[in-house]
Design a protein around this ligand. Structure first.
Ligand code: I22
Ligand code: ZN
Length: 190
C-alpha cells in the first residue's frame, strides 16, 4: 500500500464531500441539535444505534455526551443500544435480529427522547424497526444515513444523508457530523 497515495485519495474524496455536505445537511443538522438540546433540558435522553462501524460510532457519540467532548461539565444523558450482549443475544435468539434495537427502544424510550439511527446504506432492518419504535414511543426518530438515504428517507426526521457510495467515507463523515453535534450540545450545558 502506498500511504501517500491513500491519503491523497482520502483527502480528495473528503474535500469533494465537504464542499456540498455543509449546505445539504444544514437544515436537518440544526433541527437535530435543537431536538437534542430541548430533550436534555426537559429531562430526556439520546439513544444511538447502528451496525458494525456504525455501532462503534453509536458508542463513540454516546460516550462523548455522557462523559465529555471538549469541555468538563455535568454528565448528560445518552445511551448506545449496541453494547449489552445479553440483551442483544437474547433478543436475536428469542425473537429476531431485526428487533435487537427496537426491543430496547420499546423498553427505554419516552416521549421527548431523541433516537438516532446510524446506517450507511439507510436500509438495515434493525435500525429501521428501532426508528419505528421510537416514533411509537413519542420520541424523535432521527438518522444518519449514506448513499441516497435508503429506506430511512421517510422513516427518520431529521435525516442527515452523506451522499457517498463508499461506506468508509460515509462513516468518516458521520463521525465528523457527530462531533459537531456533541460540540453543539455541550455548548448548551458548559
Ligand atoms: O464498518 C464497516 C465498513 O466500513 C462495516 O462493519 C459496516 O458497518 C457493516 O457492514 C454494517 O453491517 C453495514 O450496515 P449499514 O451501515 O448499511 O446499516
Ligand atoms: Zn470523538
Amino acid at each position: 500500500m502506498d500511504i501517500a497515495q491513500f491519503f491523497d485519495k482520502e483527502v480528495e474524496e473528503h474535500a469533494k464531500l465537504v464542499q456540498t455536505l455543509g449546505p445539504a445537511i444544514k437544515e436537518p443538522f440544526l433541527r437535530l441539535c435543537e431536538s437534542c438540546r430541548t430533550s436534555i433540558r426537559q429531562g430526556g435522553k439520546i439513544l444511538f444505534f447502528g451496525n458494525g462501524g456504525s455501532a462503534a460510532d453509536a458508542q463513540h457519540l454516546a460516550t462523548e455526551i455522557v462523559v465529555r467532548y471538549k469541555v468538563n461539565r455535568r454528565a448528560l444523558p445518552a445511551i448506545a443500544l449496541t453494547t449489552d450482549t445479553s440483551i442483544l443475544t437474547a433478543t436475536a435468539n428469542d425473537f429476531s435480529f431485526e428487533e435487537i434495537f427496537s426491543r430496547q427502544v420499546e423498553a427505554l424510550a419516552r416521549p421527548g427522547d431523541v433516537a438516532i439511527g446510524i446506517s450507511t446504506s439507510g436500509k438495515s432492518p434493525n435500525v429501521l424497526k428501532a426508528l419505528e419504535a421510537a416514533r411509537a414511543a413519542g420520541a424523535v426518530a432521527a438518522g444518519f444515513a449514506g448513499r441516497d438515504g435508503g429506506t430511512m428517507v421517510g422513516c427518520a426526521d431529521p435525516l442527515i444523508i452523506v451522499p457517498s457510495s463508499v461506506t468508509a467515507r460515509i462513516q468518516e463523515m458521520h463521525i465528523l457530523i457527530g462531533h459537531m453535534l456533541c460540540e453543539a450540545i455541550e455548548a448548551d450545558f458548559a
